[in-house]
Write a protein that binds this ligand. Structure first.
Ligand code: SF4
Ligand code: SF4
Ligand code: SF4
Length: 287
């Protein structure tokens, strides 16, 4: 009987809720194992010792979360980064495009929706949002925002059965049924700027679809429903940086890239979920 922890750090509980979506599989897992700490399921004040599998949602933005992840690592045999925030920094990682002080000023002093001049100081904030791997060794990653329930179930049942979880070597395009014709002579645009052909590859039509640079396994629900892939499962296994892989995929294709593409304009799309682990954020950190 494995002792399981499920916790949320700097996230929005979406990954924990996705875990509850395991339905019958969750009941089987809970019946065969022991959830020892899971604030969304059971009341427990202290993180116990001797955890077998720790599922951690959310990244690290303050010193309390840093202490908690280090404590979890010390007490756990296996640590799993659950979802994009824990694995790559997620959408909150885009805050790293600005200096922490500037960001607080922007949000709490210069924004119409907040009380000007009142900057909260109660949290020991870190200068940046981090994926948990910046502080501790991570054994496995379940990507996505939120992760696919089948991925959570597959990883947990493999690990609890003493097997290695499956590794996904595909990209989102592999699962996408849209037709690719090999013709790309169009300008770059976002999905709200025109009405796409419902059957053709969105990227071939010039829409900013992150499918070629994103790990597959989700079944490509976004392009199938008429939206671009935003890259929530992070980079494909064989590339080092999701945004650079996407630029590489597009360079030969789109007119606008050949005529002066500015990555800064598109950083929120190239790195919507992975800016905190990107090479350009690493370079910015070293300055
Ligand atoms: S990965 Fe997405 S669903 Fe999970 S905590 Fe982050 S924002 Fe929420
Ligand atoms: S780029 Fe997007 S629309 Fe085109 S095949 Fe890949 S996932 Fe589908
Ligand atoms: S298609 Fe892209 S954005 Fe949509 S779930 Fe899959 S990886 Fe995430």
């Amino acid at each position: 009987m494995a002792r399981i922890l499920l916790i949320g750090l700097a996230g929005d509980s979406g990954c924990q809720v996705a875990s509850l979506g395991l339905h019958e599989a969750l009941v089987e897992i809970l019946a065969a194992n022991e959830p020892v700490y899971a604030p969304t399921l059971i009341d427990a004040k202290e993180i116990p010792a001797d955890i077998d599998v720790a599922l951690v949602e959310g990244g690290i933005r303050n010193t309390h979360e840093e202490e908690v992840i280090k404590e979890i690592r010390e007490k756990s045999k296996v640590v799993i980064a659950l979802g994009a925030c824990a694995a790559f920094g997620g959408i909150p990682g885009l805050a790293n495009l600005r200096d922490g002080g500037q960001l607080m000023e922007l949000i709490y002093s210069n924004h119409r929706g907040t009380d000007r001049g009142t900057i909260p100081t109660h949290l020991e904030s870190l200068p940046e949002q981090h994926p948990i791997k910046h502080f501790v060794k991570v054994d496995y990653t379940i990507p996505g925002c939120p992760p696919e329930v089948t991925d959570i179930a597959g990883t947990l049942t493999s690990l609890l059965g003493g097997k290695e979880p499956p590794v996904n070597m595909t990209q989102v395009c592999d699962d996408c049924p849209r037709k690719r014709l090999g013709e790309y002579d169009v300008n770059l645009k976002r999905i709200h700027e025109d009405i796409p052909d419902p059957d053709r590859c969105l990227l071939e039509q010039g829409y900013f679809c992150m499918g070629p640079a994103t790990m597959g396994g989700c079944g490509a629900p976004c392009p199938q429903s008429g939206n671009t892939c935003e890259g929530c499962r992070g980079k494909c296994l064989e590339v080092d940086d999701q945004g650079l892989a996407m630029i590489d995929a597009m360079t030969g294709l789109l007119t606008q890239l050949r005529e002066g593409f500015d990555p800064n304009t598109y950083s929120g799309m190239l790195y919507r979920f992975t800016y905190a682990e990107s090479m350009i954020s690493e370079l910015a950190r070293r300055k």
